[in-house]
Design a binder for this molecule. Structure first.
Ligand SMILES: *[C@@H]1O[C@H](CO)[C@@H](O)[C@H](O)[C@H]1NC(C)=O
Ligand SMILES: *[C@@H]1O[C@H](CO)[C@@H](O)[C@H](O)[C@H]1NC(C)=O
Ligand SMILES: *[C@@H]1O[C@H](CO)[C@@H](O)[C@H](O)[C@H]1NC(C)=O
Ligand SMILES: *[C@@H]1O[C@H](CO)[C@@H](O)[C@H](O)[C@H]1NC(C)=O
Ligand SMILES: *[C@@H]1O[C@H](CO)[C@@H](O)[C@H](O)[C@H]1NC(C)=O
Length: 408
Protein backbone atom coordinates (compact mmCIF):
# COMPACT_ATOMS: atom_id res chain seq x y z
CA UNK A 1 0.00 0.00 0.00
CA UNK A 2 2.66 2.42 1.06
CA UNK A 3 4.89 1.83 -1.95
CA UNK A 4 2.28 2.46 -4.70
CA UNK A 5 1.20 5.55 -2.82
CA UNK A 6 4.76 6.77 -2.63
CA UNK A 7 5.38 6.19 -6.31
CA UNK A 8 2.15 7.97 -7.12
CA UNK A 9 3.32 10.90 -5.04
CA UNK A 10 6.68 10.72 -6.79
CA UNK A 11 4.99 10.85 -10.19
CA UNK A 12 2.88 13.81 -9.20
CA UNK A 13 5.92 15.50 -7.76
CA UNK A 14 7.93 15.03 -10.94
CA UNK A 15 5.15 16.22 -13.19
CA UNK A 16 4.63 19.32 -11.08
CA UNK A 17 8.33 20.01 -11.08
CA UNK A 18 8.72 19.70 -14.82
CA UNK A 19 5.41 21.05 -16.05
CA UNK A 20 4.54 23.82 -13.66
CA UNK A 21 7.77 25.49 -12.61
CA UNK A 22 7.95 28.92 -14.14
CA UNK A 23 10.47 31.62 -14.77
CA UNK A 24 10.32 35.28 -15.64
CA UNK A 25 10.54 36.22 -19.31
CA UNK A 26 11.73 39.63 -20.43
CA UNK A 27 11.08 40.32 -24.11
CA UNK A 28 13.78 42.24 -25.94
CA UNK A 29 14.35 43.44 -29.47
CA UNK A 30 17.81 44.96 -29.79
CA UNK A 31 20.76 42.63 -29.82
CA UNK A 32 22.46 44.37 -26.92
CA UNK A 33 23.74 42.89 -23.67
CA UNK A 34 23.25 43.98 -20.10
CA UNK A 35 24.62 42.91 -16.72
CA UNK A 36 22.64 40.45 -14.58
CA UNK A 37 23.20 37.79 -11.94
CA UNK A 38 22.16 34.22 -11.30
CA UNK A 39 21.85 32.73 -7.84
CA UNK A 40 23.78 29.48 -7.65
CA UNK A 41 24.16 26.85 -4.92
CA UNK A 42 27.32 24.75 -5.27
CA UNK A 43 26.48 21.07 -5.85
CA UNK A 44 29.98 19.95 -4.77
CA UNK A 45 33.16 21.41 -3.36
CA UNK A 46 34.57 23.46 -6.23
CA UNK A 47 37.73 25.45 -6.75
CA UNK A 48 37.11 29.12 -7.47
CA UNK A 49 38.63 28.54 -10.93
CA UNK A 50 36.28 25.59 -11.60
CA UNK A 51 33.27 27.63 -10.58
CA UNK A 52 34.40 30.51 -12.80
CA UNK A 53 34.85 28.14 -15.75
CA UNK A 54 31.37 26.71 -15.20
CA UNK A 55 29.84 30.15 -15.76
CA UNK A 56 32.50 31.59 -18.13
CA UNK A 57 33.10 34.21 -15.43
CA UNK A 58 36.20 35.96 -14.16
CA UNK A 59 37.22 34.42 -10.79
CA UNK A 60 38.10 37.80 -9.30
CA UNK A 61 34.79 39.35 -10.38
CA UNK A 62 32.90 36.36 -9.07
CA UNK A 63 34.40 36.76 -5.58
CA UNK A 64 34.02 40.55 -5.69
CA UNK A 65 30.31 40.26 -6.47
CA UNK A 66 29.92 38.25 -3.28
CA UNK A 67 32.07 40.51 -1.09
CA UNK A 68 34.62 37.74 -0.72
CA UNK A 69 38.24 38.82 -0.48
CA UNK A 70 39.47 38.87 -4.08
CA UNK A 71 42.94 40.26 -3.39
CA UNK A 72 44.41 36.99 -2.06
CA UNK A 73 47.15 35.63 -4.29
CA UNK A 74 45.94 32.02 -4.45
CA UNK A 75 42.24 32.62 -5.03
CA UNK A 76 41.96 30.39 -8.10
CA UNK A 77 42.84 27.37 -6.00
CA UNK A 78 40.67 28.15 -3.01
CA UNK A 79 38.00 25.51 -2.56
CA UNK A 80 34.48 26.70 -1.98
CA UNK A 81 32.22 24.31 -0.09
CA UNK A 82 29.26 22.39 -1.44
CA UNK A 83 25.98 24.09 -0.47
CA UNK A 84 27.43 27.60 -0.60
CA UNK A 85 25.10 30.12 -2.25
CA UNK A 86 26.71 32.68 -4.56
CA UNK A 87 25.57 35.41 -6.91
CA UNK A 88 27.25 34.86 -10.26
CA UNK A 89 27.55 37.86 -12.61
CA UNK A 90 26.45 36.95 -16.14
CA UNK A 91 26.21 38.77 -19.45
CA UNK A 92 22.53 38.92 -20.32
CA UNK A 93 21.93 38.84 -24.08
CA UNK A 94 18.90 39.14 -26.29
CA UNK A 95 18.38 35.77 -27.91
CA UNK A 96 15.31 34.81 -29.97
CA UNK A 97 13.42 37.80 -28.61
CA UNK A 98 13.95 37.16 -24.91
CA UNK A 99 16.64 37.98 -22.37
CA UNK A 100 18.87 34.99 -21.80
CA UNK A 101 22.50 34.37 -20.94
CA UNK A 102 24.03 32.15 -23.61
CA UNK A 103 27.75 32.55 -23.03
CA UNK A 104 28.08 29.44 -20.86
CA UNK A 105 29.18 26.14 -22.36
CA UNK A 106 29.61 22.93 -20.47
CA UNK A 107 31.79 19.99 -21.44
CA UNK A 108 30.13 16.74 -20.42
CA UNK A 109 32.06 14.35 -18.23
CA UNK A 110 31.73 10.56 -18.26
CA UNK A 111 28.36 9.42 -16.86
CA UNK A 112 26.83 12.92 -16.92
CA UNK A 113 23.14 12.99 -17.77
CA UNK A 114 21.09 15.96 -18.91
CA UNK A 115 19.10 15.71 -15.70
CA UNK A 116 22.23 15.83 -13.55
CA UNK A 117 23.75 18.73 -15.50
CA UNK A 118 20.52 20.74 -15.28
CA UNK A 119 19.47 19.87 -11.74
CA UNK A 120 22.79 19.54 -9.95
CA UNK A 121 25.68 21.08 -11.86
CA UNK A 122 23.58 24.14 -12.74
CA UNK A 123 21.40 23.82 -9.64
CA UNK A 124 18.01 24.08 -11.36
CA UNK A 125 18.82 27.30 -13.24
CA UNK A 126 18.10 25.41 -16.46
CA UNK A 127 15.98 22.35 -17.29
CA UNK A 128 17.06 19.28 -19.22
CA UNK A 129 14.55 20.24 -21.93
CA UNK A 130 16.01 23.72 -22.27
CA UNK A 131 19.52 22.28 -22.70
CA UNK A 132 18.14 19.79 -25.22
CA UNK A 133 16.46 22.57 -27.17
CA UNK A 134 19.40 24.98 -27.07
CA UNK A 135 21.67 22.29 -28.47
CA UNK A 136 19.17 20.75 -30.91
CA UNK A 137 19.50 17.36 -29.22
CA UNK A 138 16.87 14.87 -30.25
CA UNK A 139 14.70 13.51 -27.48
CA UNK A 140 15.45 10.00 -28.79
CA UNK A 141 18.96 9.98 -27.35
CA UNK A 142 17.53 9.76 -23.83
CA UNK A 143 19.12 11.52 -20.91
CA UNK A 144 22.68 10.32 -21.47
CA UNK A 145 25.53 12.47 -22.73
CA UNK A 146 28.81 11.60 -24.38
CA UNK A 147 31.92 12.50 -22.43
CA UNK A 148 33.51 15.58 -23.97
CA UNK A 149 30.28 16.68 -25.62
CA UNK A 150 30.05 20.47 -25.55
CA UNK A 151 26.72 21.97 -24.52
CA UNK A 152 25.44 25.53 -24.59
CA UNK A 153 23.72 26.19 -21.27
CA UNK A 154 21.00 28.85 -21.59
CA UNK A 155 20.68 30.62 -18.23
CA UNK A 156 17.74 32.77 -17.17
CA UNK A 157 18.45 36.48 -16.78
CA UNK A 158 16.60 39.79 -16.84
CA UNK A 159 17.76 43.42 -16.83
CA UNK A 160 14.61 45.56 -17.09
CA UNK A 161 16.79 48.53 -18.02
CA UNK A 162 18.89 48.00 -14.87
CA UNK A 163 16.29 49.90 -12.91
CA UNK A 164 13.41 49.22 -10.58
CA UNK A 165 10.88 51.93 -9.74
CA UNK A 166 13.26 54.44 -11.29
CA UNK A 167 16.20 53.45 -9.08
CA UNK A 168 19.28 51.51 -10.19
CA UNK A 169 18.88 47.76 -9.73
CA UNK A 170 20.63 44.62 -10.87
CA UNK A 171 18.43 41.56 -11.31
CA UNK A 172 19.19 38.22 -9.69
CA UNK A 173 17.63 35.08 -11.20
CA UNK A 174 16.81 33.07 -8.12
CA UNK A 175 15.77 29.41 -8.00
CA UNK A 176 13.11 29.09 -5.31
CA UNK A 177 14.07 26.50 -2.69
CA UNK A 178 11.67 24.37 -0.68
CA UNK A 179 10.27 26.48 2.14
CA UNK A 180 11.05 29.86 0.56
CA UNK A 181 8.34 32.49 0.73
CA UNK A 182 8.13 35.70 -1.26
CA UNK A 183 8.28 37.67 1.99
CA UNK A 184 11.40 35.81 3.06
CA UNK A 185 13.12 36.37 -0.28
CA UNK A 186 12.17 40.06 -0.29
CA UNK A 187 13.57 40.52 3.22
CA UNK A 188 16.79 38.72 2.36
CA UNK A 189 17.48 40.93 -0.68
CA UNK A 190 16.35 44.34 0.66
CA UNK A 191 13.34 44.53 -1.62
CA UNK A 192 9.59 44.25 -1.11
CA UNK A 193 6.89 41.68 -1.82
CA UNK A 194 5.11 44.21 -4.04
CA UNK A 195 8.26 44.77 -6.06
CA UNK A 196 8.92 41.06 -6.58
CA UNK A 197 5.29 40.53 -7.58
CA UNK A 198 5.41 43.41 -10.07
CA UNK A 199 8.72 42.36 -11.62
CA UNK A 200 7.57 38.76 -12.02
CA UNK A 201 3.99 39.57 -13.05
CA UNK A 202 2.66 37.45 -10.18
CA UNK A 203 -1.03 37.50 -9.37
CA UNK A 204 -0.43 36.35 -5.81
CA UNK A 205 2.68 36.26 -3.61
CA UNK A 206 3.07 32.51 -4.04
CA UNK A 207 6.15 30.65 -5.25
CA UNK A 208 7.06 27.00 -5.28
CA UNK A 209 10.31 25.12 -5.21
CA UNK A 210 11.93 25.16 -8.63
CA UNK A 211 10.36 28.41 -9.82
CA UNK A 212 12.89 30.95 -11.05
CA UNK A 213 12.08 34.51 -10.08
CA UNK A 214 13.83 37.78 -10.81
CA UNK A 215 14.81 39.67 -7.70
CA UNK A 216 15.76 43.35 -8.07
CA UNK A 217 18.83 44.15 -5.96
CA UNK A 218 19.35 47.82 -5.04
CA UNK A 219 22.54 48.90 -6.80
CA UNK A 220 24.92 51.71 -7.71
CA UNK A 221 24.90 52.70 -11.37
CA UNK A 222 27.76 54.14 -13.40
CA UNK A 223 27.47 56.68 -16.20
CA UNK A 224 30.44 55.81 -18.39
CA UNK A 225 30.15 56.80 -22.05
CA UNK A 226 29.05 54.29 -24.70
CA UNK A 227 32.63 54.05 -25.93
CA UNK A 228 33.78 52.66 -22.56
CA UNK A 229 34.24 48.89 -22.47
CA UNK A 230 32.61 48.90 -19.03
CA UNK A 231 29.66 51.04 -20.15
CA UNK A 232 26.60 50.12 -18.05
CA UNK A 233 28.62 48.84 -15.07
CA UNK A 234 26.28 48.37 -12.11
CA UNK A 235 27.18 47.07 -8.66
CA UNK A 236 24.72 45.63 -6.14
CA UNK A 237 24.56 47.21 -2.68
CA UNK A 238 27.15 45.70 -0.35
CA UNK A 239 29.37 44.29 -3.08
CA UNK A 240 32.28 45.03 -5.40
CA UNK A 241 33.08 44.86 -9.10
CA UNK A 242 36.43 44.77 -10.87
CA UNK A 243 36.97 46.74 -14.04
CA UNK A 244 39.59 48.18 -16.40
CA UNK A 245 41.55 44.92 -16.82
CA UNK A 246 41.73 44.39 -13.05
CA UNK A 247 43.12 47.91 -12.49
CA UNK A 248 40.04 49.44 -10.84
CA UNK A 249 37.69 48.17 -8.14
CA UNK A 250 34.30 49.71 -7.53
CA UNK A 251 32.04 49.24 -4.56
CA UNK A 252 28.47 50.05 -3.62
CA UNK A 253 27.18 50.94 -0.16
CA UNK A 254 26.71 50.50 2.65
CA UNK A 255 26.17 54.16 3.55
CA UNK A 256 24.89 55.49 0.22
CA UNK A 257 24.24 54.11 -3.24
CA UNK A 258 26.95 56.10 -5.06
CA UNK A 259 29.42 53.99 -6.97
CA UNK A 260 32.91 54.46 -5.52
CA UNK A 261 35.98 53.33 -7.44
CA UNK A 262 39.63 53.12 -6.39
CA UNK A 263 42.81 51.58 -7.84
CA UNK A 264 42.67 47.78 -7.40
CA UNK A 265 46.34 46.75 -7.05
CA UNK A 266 45.57 43.42 -8.76
CA UNK A 267 47.16 44.02 -12.16
CA UNK A 268 50.83 44.34 -12.95
CA UNK A 269 50.59 47.42 -15.10
CA UNK A 270 47.82 49.96 -15.35
CA UNK A 271 47.48 53.22 -17.23
CA UNK A 272 47.71 56.42 -15.21
CA UNK A 273 44.95 56.98 -12.67
CA UNK A 274 45.87 60.55 -11.93
CA UNK A 275 43.42 63.35 -12.65
CA UNK A 276 44.76 65.98 -15.07
CA UNK A 277 46.03 69.22 -13.56
CA UNK A 278 46.00 67.82 -10.05
CA UNK A 279 47.89 65.45 -7.84
CA UNK A 280 44.77 63.46 -7.01
CA UNK A 281 44.33 59.82 -8.01
CA UNK A 282 41.12 57.95 -8.80
CA UNK A 283 39.22 57.63 -5.52
CA UNK A 284 40.87 60.63 -3.82
CA UNK A 285 38.57 63.20 -2.26
CA UNK A 286 39.77 66.42 -0.67
CA UNK A 287 37.65 69.08 0.94
CA UNK A 288 37.84 72.43 2.63
CA UNK A 289 35.30 74.00 4.90
CA UNK A 290 34.26 77.44 3.66
CA UNK A 291 31.68 79.92 4.85
CA UNK A 292 29.29 78.76 2.12
CA UNK A 293 29.62 75.06 2.91
CA UNK A 294 32.15 72.36 2.14
CA UNK A 295 34.24 72.66 -1.03
CA UNK A 296 34.67 69.03 -2.13
CA UNK A 297 37.14 68.09 -4.88
CA UNK A 298 37.15 64.51 -6.09
CA UNK A 299 38.98 62.51 -8.71
CA UNK A 300 36.60 59.82 -9.97
CA UNK A 301 36.84 56.89 -12.32
CA UNK A 302 35.07 57.62 -15.60
CA UNK A 303 35.29 54.35 -17.51
CA UNK A 304 37.81 52.28 -19.47
CA UNK A 305 38.16 53.75 -22.95
CA UNK A 306 40.54 52.46 -25.60
CA UNK A 307 42.57 50.68 -22.93
CA UNK A 308 42.97 53.82 -20.84
CA UNK A 309 41.52 54.70 -17.49
CA UNK A 310 39.51 57.91 -17.58
CA UNK A 311 39.99 60.00 -14.42
CA UNK A 312 37.67 62.97 -13.97
CA UNK A 313 38.18 65.84 -11.57
CA UNK A 314 35.09 67.52 -10.17
CA UNK A 315 34.41 70.08 -7.47
CA UNK A 316 31.17 70.77 -5.70
CA UNK A 317 29.92 72.80 -2.82
CA UNK A 318 28.14 70.57 -0.33
CA UNK A 319 26.29 71.49 2.85
CA UNK A 320 28.54 69.18 4.90
CA UNK A 321 32.00 67.75 4.50
CA UNK A 322 31.98 64.01 3.79
CA UNK A 323 33.22 61.64 6.47
CA UNK A 324 35.63 58.78 5.95
CA UNK A 325 34.32 56.56 3.11
CA UNK A 326 32.85 53.30 4.39
CA UNK A 327 33.45 50.18 2.31
CA UNK A 328 31.26 47.06 2.27
CA UNK A 329 33.01 44.49 4.47
CA UNK A 330 35.03 41.82 2.64
CA UNK A 331 35.01 38.30 4.03
CA UNK A 332 37.58 35.57 3.42
CA UNK A 333 36.28 32.85 1.05
CA UNK A 334 34.49 30.37 3.33
CA UNK A 335 35.80 26.84 3.68
CA UNK A 336 32.60 25.45 5.13
CA UNK A 337 28.97 26.40 5.02
CA UNK A 338 27.83 27.43 8.44
CA UNK A 339 24.21 28.00 7.67
CA UNK A 340 22.08 27.04 4.71
CA UNK A 341 23.32 30.07 2.94
CA UNK A 342 26.46 31.64 4.13
CA UNK A 343 26.04 35.05 2.55
CA UNK A 344 22.36 35.65 2.82
CA UNK A 345 21.13 34.41 6.16
CA UNK A 346 17.75 32.74 5.98
CA UNK A 347 14.92 34.70 7.48
CA UNK A 348 13.91 33.49 10.89
CA UNK A 349 11.08 30.93 10.75
CA UNK A 350 8.70 33.46 12.27
CA UNK A 351 9.44 35.84 9.43
CA UNK A 352 8.66 33.42 6.64
CA UNK A 353 5.53 32.21 8.40
CA UNK A 354 3.87 28.81 8.64
CA UNK A 355 5.11 25.48 9.91
CA UNK A 356 5.81 24.22 6.39
CA UNK A 357 8.95 26.30 6.21
CA UNK A 358 10.69 23.78 8.48
CA UNK A 359 12.25 21.83 5.57
CA UNK A 360 14.26 24.84 4.55
CA UNK A 361 16.05 25.32 7.79
CA UNK A 362 16.51 21.62 8.46
CA UNK A 363 17.46 20.06 5.15
CA UNK A 364 20.06 22.35 3.69
CA UNK A 365 21.47 22.75 7.19
CA UNK A 366 21.86 18.99 7.35
CA UNK A 367 23.59 18.87 4.00
CA UNK A 368 25.76 21.83 4.66
CA UNK A 369 26.82 21.10 8.18
CA UNK A 370 29.52 18.44 8.21
CA UNK A 371 28.50 17.33 11.68
CA UNK A 372 27.55 19.99 14.14
CA UNK A 373 31.08 20.79 15.18
CA UNK A 374 33.14 22.33 12.39
CA UNK A 375 36.25 20.67 13.74
CA UNK A 376 35.45 17.02 13.24
CA UNK A 377 36.24 16.60 9.58
CA UNK A 378 35.44 13.57 7.42
CA UNK A 379 33.59 11.51 10.03
CA UNK A 380 31.34 14.50 10.50
CA UNK A 381 30.51 14.51 6.80
CA UNK A 382 29.47 10.89 6.95
CA UNK A 383 27.12 11.45 9.85
CA UNK A 384 25.77 14.47 7.98
CA UNK A 385 25.04 12.30 4.97
CA UNK A 386 23.31 9.67 7.09
CA UNK A 387 21.03 12.11 8.77
CA UNK A 388 20.14 13.53 5.39
CA UNK A 389 19.06 10.11 4.18
CA UNK A 390 16.94 9.41 7.21
CA UNK A 391 15.38 12.80 7.04
CA UNK A 392 14.61 12.78 3.32
CA UNK A 393 11.32 10.86 3.20
CA UNK A 394 9.67 13.14 5.70
CA UNK A 395 10.96 16.18 3.94
CA UNK A 396 9.87 14.76 0.63
CA UNK A 397 6.31 14.17 1.74
CA UNK A 398 6.16 17.61 3.28
CA UNK A 399 7.31 19.12 -0.01
CA UNK A 400 4.71 17.15 -1.92
CA UNK A 401 1.95 18.17 0.48
CA UNK A 402 3.13 21.73 0.18
CA UNK A 403 3.06 21.53 -3.59
CA UNK A 404 -0.41 19.97 -3.51
CA UNK A 405 -1.55 22.74 -1.27
CA UNK A 406 -0.38 25.51 -3.55
CA UNK A 407 -1.05 23.88 -6.90
CA UNK A 408 -4.73 23.23 -6.42
C1 LIG B 1 15.17 52.10 -20.81
O1 LIG B 1 16.01 53.23 -20.71
C2 LIG B 1 16.15 53.94 -21.94
C3 LIG B 1 17.14 55.05 -21.74
O2 LIG B 1 17.43 55.26 -20.41
C4 LIG B 1 14.76 54.48 -22.34
O3 LIG B 1 14.88 55.14 -23.57
C5 LIG B 1 13.80 53.31 -22.49
O4 LIG B 1 12.51 53.77 -22.76
C6 LIG B 1 13.77 52.49 -21.22
N1 LIG B 1 12.95 51.33 -21.45
C7 LIG B 1 12.07 50.89 -20.57
C8 LIG B 1 11.32 49.67 -20.96
O5 LIG B 1 11.88 51.44 -19.51
C1 LIG C 1 22.55 48.70 1.50
O1 LIG C 1 23.16 47.77 2.38
C2 LIG C 1 23.28 48.24 3.72
C3 LIG C 1 24.07 47.23 4.52
O2 LIG C 1 23.90 45.96 4.05
C4 LIG C 1 21.90 48.47 4.29
O3 LIG C 1 22.00 48.96 5.61
C5 LIG C 1 21.18 49.48 3.42
O4 LIG C 1 19.87 49.66 3.88
C6 LIG C 1 21.15 49.02 1.98
N1 LIG C 1 20.56 50.05 1.15
C7 LIG C 1 19.52 49.81 0.37
C8 LIG C 1 19.00 50.96 -0.42
O5 LIG C 1 19.02 48.69 0.25
C1 LIG D 1 44.88 58.90 -3.18
O1 LIG D 1 44.57 57.55 -3.53
C2 LIG D 1 45.70 56.69 -3.45
C3 LIG D 1 45.26 55.35 -4.00
O2 LIG D 1 44.04 54.92 -3.44
C4 LIG D 1 46.15 56.61 -2.00
O3 LIG D 1 47.26 55.75 -1.90
C5 LIG D 1 46.51 58.00 -1.53
O4 LIG D 1 46.85 57.97 -0.16
C6 LIG D 1 45.37 58.98 -1.75
N1 LIG D 1 45.82 60.32 -1.46
C7 LIG D 1 45.07 61.20 -0.79
C8 LIG D 1 45.63 62.55 -0.63
O5 LIG D 1 43.99 60.90 -0.33
C1 LIG E 1 37.32 74.68 -4.10
O1 LIG E 1 38.59 74.05 -4.13
C2 LIG E 1 39.23 74.08 -5.39
C3 LIG E 1 40.49 73.23 -5.30
O2 LIG E 1 40.89 73.08 -4.01
C4 LIG E 1 39.50 75.50 -5.80
O3 LIG E 1 40.09 75.52 -7.08
C5 LIG E 1 38.20 76.26 -5.85
O4 LIG E 1 38.44 77.62 -6.12
C6 LIG E 1 37.46 76.14 -4.51
N1 LIG E 1 36.15 76.74 -4.63
C7 LIG E 1 35.61 77.51 -3.70
C8 LIG E 1 34.25 78.02 -3.96
O5 LIG E 1 36.22 77.74 -2.66
C1 LIG F 1 40.17 54.94 -29.67
O1 LIG F 1 41.20 54.56 -30.57
C2 LIG F 1 40.83 54.66 -31.94
C3 LIG F 1 41.98 54.15 -32.78
O2 LIG F 1 42.94 53.55 -32.02
C4 LIG F 1 40.48 56.10 -32.30
O3 LIG F 1 40.06 56.17 -33.64
C5 LIG F 1 39.38 56.58 -31.38
O4 LIG F 1 39.12 57.95 -31.62
C6 LIG F 1 39.75 56.39 -29.93
N1 LIG F 1 38.60 56.74 -29.11
C7 LIG F 1 38.68 57.55 -28.07
C8 LIG F 1 37.40 57.82 -27.36
O5 LIG F 1 39.72 58.03 -27.70
Amino acid sequence: MAIPLLSFILLVFLSIATVHSKSTIEPCSVSDTCPAMVGYTLYADLKVSELATLFSADPVSLLAANSLDFSLSDIDHRILPSGLFLKVPVVCSCSDGIRRSVSTTYRARPSDTLGFVAGSVFAGLVSADQIREANSLSGGGGDGLEAGQSLVIPLPCTCFNSSDNGLPAVYLSYVVAAGDTVAGIAARYSTTVTDIMAVNAMGAPVVKAGDIISVPLPACASNYPNSASDHGLIVANGSYAISASHCVQCSCGPGDLNLYCTPALLAVSCSSMQCKNSNLMVGNVTFQSTSGGCNVTSCSYGGFINGSIVATLSTSLQPQCPGQHQFPPLLPPPSSVIRESFLSPAPAPAESGGSLTTPKSSVPGTIALPGSSPANGPSGSISGACSLVTFLPGYFILTVLWLFYFSW
